[in-house]
Design a protein around this ligand. Structure first.
Ligand code: MG
Length: 170
């Protein structure tokens, strides 16, 4: 039987991951409107990955015969003055998601729920990659964002990102 707090946190994470997808879809929407299709593509794929994350938590709870309760997804209400603010909001959001994953891990650890800890291991690693990706984007924008020709090339680089399904299979 799964611990009630671990169950609640895992269920809540479904919503958080769908919100992440919604947030990145909004980032994609921002860049599409600015004519930066490569950035829009990068965040669109990011949104697809977040939807996958949500489904992994959903699937894990179902595999464990735990109830799933889907809650309302909040409206992304961030407004941006410039491109850099979007990228920085992405990093802030990933740091927040890392803290959420860590909290679930801590709750599972406390009750010796080794199965949930093993499930979360993939997300611990994934969050490291997400923060690295968000930091790399900020660095590139700092270096190249103020020069239109460099921004054009960076936009082309981000246009090349392709979606791949998550390596974790439940
Ligand atoms: Mg995620």
């Amino acid at each position: 039987m799964m611990n009630a707090k671990v169950h609640e946190l895992l269920n809540s994470q479904i919503n958080k991951e769908f919100y992440s997808a919604y947030l990145y879809l909004d980032f994609s929407n921002y860049f599409k409107a600015k004519g930066l299709d490569g950035f829009a593509n990068w965040y669109m794929i990011q949104a697809q990955e977040e939807r996958d994350h949500a489904m992994l938590f959903y699937q894990y709870l179902q595999n464990e015969n735990q109830t799933v309760v889907l809650e309302a997804i909040p409206k992304p209400d961030l407004t941006f003055e410039n491109h850099m603010e979007v990228l920085k909001a992405g990093l802030t959001h990933e740091e927040y998601v890392t803290s959420l994953i860590n909290d679930i891990y801590a709750a599972a650890y406390e009750v010796k729920d080794f199965r949930t800890m093993q499930f979360l291991d993939w997300f611990v690693k994934e969050q490291g990659e997400e923060e690295t990706n968000a930091n790399d984007l900020i660095t590139k924008m700092e270096l190249f964002g103020s020069d239109p020709r460099s921004l054009y090339l960076l936009n082309q680089e981000l246009a090349a990102r392709v979606y791949t399904a998550p390596s974790l299979i439940l």
